[in-house]
Design a protein around this ligand. Sequence first.
Ligand code: EPZ
Length: 432
Amino acid sequence: MQELVIRGGRPLQGTVDASGAKNAALPVLAASLLTQEPTVLHRVPRLTDVETMTATLRALGLELEWTGPADLRIAPTGTGGTVAPRELVRRMRASVCLLGPLLATRGAATMPLPGGCVIGHRPIDLHLKGLRALGADIREDEHQVYARTDGLKGARIDMCGPRGSTVLGTANVLMAAVLAEGETVIEGAAREPEVQDLADYLVACGAQISGIGTRTLRVAGRSRLHGVDYHLIPDRIEAGTFLCAAAITGGDVSVKNLRPEHMEATLKVLQEAGVRISDTGGTLRARAERPLQPTRLATAPYPGLPTDMQPQLTAMLCVANGISEVQENVYPERFTHMPALQRMGARVECDSSRARIYGVSALHGARVIATDLRAGAALVLAGLAAEGETCIKGLNQIERGYQTPALKLRALGADVQRREADWCERRGRRPA
Ligand code: EPZ
């Protein structure tokens, strides 16, 4: 298993370029099943999740070719089945958003239920409710979803669940609706920039969607969509993670080619912690002096603070000069990063979906394991600030959502290497 080895304590300095948004790329890739002509996507991040999705689309009969470092050409071949390959789908929950496009174009889809997730319970009941409302007949057993339809028909659908809107659920139903007969109204739609990017891609392909960016999407179904040349939005979570790296190391980091309007809630928390943020034409610069100030944060659907930034901001607040409070409202169990942070000297107390962080003057290096993508990012940030060496096993988790993390961090002056891990969990004391 590969690990990142970080020798911390250096303030990060310099400029990085944000990659395209992972959580826009994945649904837009699935949506490429909907067009009868080739699509060319630009600013596609080279991530393992993207490789999983491209492999799945190839298995479903599409031809995909990288025409540049971040440029991908996708072409239908007129052939392809309706069964998503289990070994690929089980790797990534976002595969679930293939259901809508397959139903809309091929009239059927068989999909393994998405794998378990360490960040908490992640049902797909709202996805299935929305697709059934459009006329899909969907059966489930303990392993798979079997969906079919004789033709999707527009409907009025409320996609809001007990924890608010669903990002991929909105994407799934939207992708089915654009080729359904008649009008669909999606109420309680997710407004995340990544959902807006998917809607913008579909409109560029000829779909008729209004209300983009609001809680209500109106779709007039079309009979076919054409190909398009499309640029994905930048990754606001990757960018926020790099700004946190400046904060936690007391450095000065700029991230280029961003959409700052997508990051307002994150920037507000950083500024409350004492980070100076400047925005010059899509480049965000974060300058910080240690110690940071404590603050309170609560995650929420967009435009609220993204849950995908909570682990990173939590790590940052571990070295603030006082007590901070974290309320996780989207995934109440999303504190898997806390035990590892404690091993590094952080003082945190968790109580169901709340955490209290007692800031310390310094963290120290340790051997830790990344349990998931954003928890891994939090441990990287802590390692950058810690005194001594931190070894983070589970680099594969981090590289699901961060393109060449070691390279980008070294460009900012960090002492980060990747290597084969030569340690295993000591019996009895499992590294966090
Ligand atoms: C997307 O996941 C993101 N993934 C997640 O990012 C992100 O954390 C999440 O949205 C919330 O912003 C991608 O876009 C690929 P949800 P998604 O459906 O769509 C409940 C990362 O690190 N829910 O918006 O699966 C659910 O349990 C990943 O990049 C239902 O109850 O999340 C949760 O509490 C992690 N029924 C809430 O809604 C459903 O059918 C939000 O989940 C679906 C969801």
